[in-house]
Design a protein around this ligand. Sequence first.
Ligand SMILES: [Zn+2]
Ligand SMILES: [Zn+2]
Length: 118
Amino acid sequence: MIFDTTMWTAVLRCQSCKSEFSVHGVPSADVSFLPQKHACPACGFVPAGVPPGLFGAGHLIVRLEKRPYYRRRSDGDTWHFNFNCSEWPAVDLVERRDAPPADAELCNECRVRSGLDC
Ligand SMILES: [Zn+2]
Ligand SMILES: [Zn+2]
């Protein structure tokens, strides 16, 4: 199986309460939008009204870590790797940082959203 999923784990600092939080499974193309569209889990602050892609105007990106990140529902067989996926498991999930088994089922929506459709 050939798939190249360049996913990032972004550590952000909230503009409002200054607490740090991380977001997993971010495709490269979405990294610059993160500071504007991701709500702070601590205080719920979303930097609304800020032009997308304008660095420094939303949450601060503290650091980016490049590593694969996969999730599946604990009762499901499909692995997800794009946090924008409508099926991205948020609760009751299994996570792994290395690639899933070669015969694992990867989510189609995640593939499309990550530009892996071929
Ligand atoms: Zn906050
Ligand atoms: Zn998915």
